[in-house]
Design a protein around this ligand. Structure first.
Ligand SMILES: CC(C)(COP(=O)(O)OP(=O)(O)OC[C@H]1O[C@@H](n2cnc3c(N)ncnc32)[C@H](O)[C@@H]1OP(=O)(O)O)[C@@H](O)C(=O)NCCC(=O)NCCS
Length: 142
């Protein structure tokens, strides 16, 4: 099983390749080059990377925010190289992210998945996540 570690600068190229493969429809505004500084300036210990023999094979980014109803965690950018899928790597990444969020006082973990993305929904259901009936709304600030 790969090791799960916090992101380091030496992982940049591997993460960029992984995210290009895993999220081909992401807008250029979500590209690794632009989102890294934001991720790292927030909570660097919550940007997790799976490493197999010095190669980046997976990622998971978590964040936590305090609201009126307690601390909520969010999961983003959970991805595993196609060549390494169905080996439990994303499960290990999400479990580690969950443990780190819980240690920070997180009471609930949320995430967004496209309604059409049945394989990803099945993946999260295998980890105990449930589909909740919300409408997700958003707007680009810039
Ligand atoms: C979703 C993803 C992260 C899963 O990674 P993974 O390392 O293959 O997942 P795991 O091996 O930990 O899978 C655990 C369980 O989830 C379920 N699962 C995983 N991938 C699945 C798929 N394609 N179809 C159906 N169920 C799936 C299975 O129950 C699996 O257990 P099993 O292999 O014993 O049947 C990976 O497919 C991926 O990178 N997809 C592209 C990026 C993406 O869309 N990420 C999610 C949005 S942030």
């Amino acid at each position: 099983m790969p090791s799960i570690v916090a992101y380091q600068a030496s992982h940049f190229d591997g993460i960029r390749l992984l995210w290009r493969q895993a999220f081909p429809s992401n807008s250029p505004k979500d590209a690794a080059e632009l989102s890294f500084p934001a991720n790292l300036s927030m909570q660097p210990d919550l940007f997790l990377v799976a490493i197999d023999r010095d190669m980046v094979v997976g990622s998971a980014v978590a964040s936590i925010i305090a609201g009126y109803d307690g601390h909520r965690g969010w999961l983003y950018a959970v991805a595993v190289l196609q060549s390494h899928q169905r080996q439990g790597i994303a499960t290990a990444l999400v479990r580690e992210a969950e443990n780190r969020l819980i240690a920070l006082g997180c009471k609930k973990i949320n995430l967004h998945v496209r309604t059409s993305d049945t394989p990803v929904i099945k993946f999260y259901q295998s980890l105990g996540y449930e589909v909740e009936e919300h409408v997700s709304m958003g707007k680009r600030a810039q």
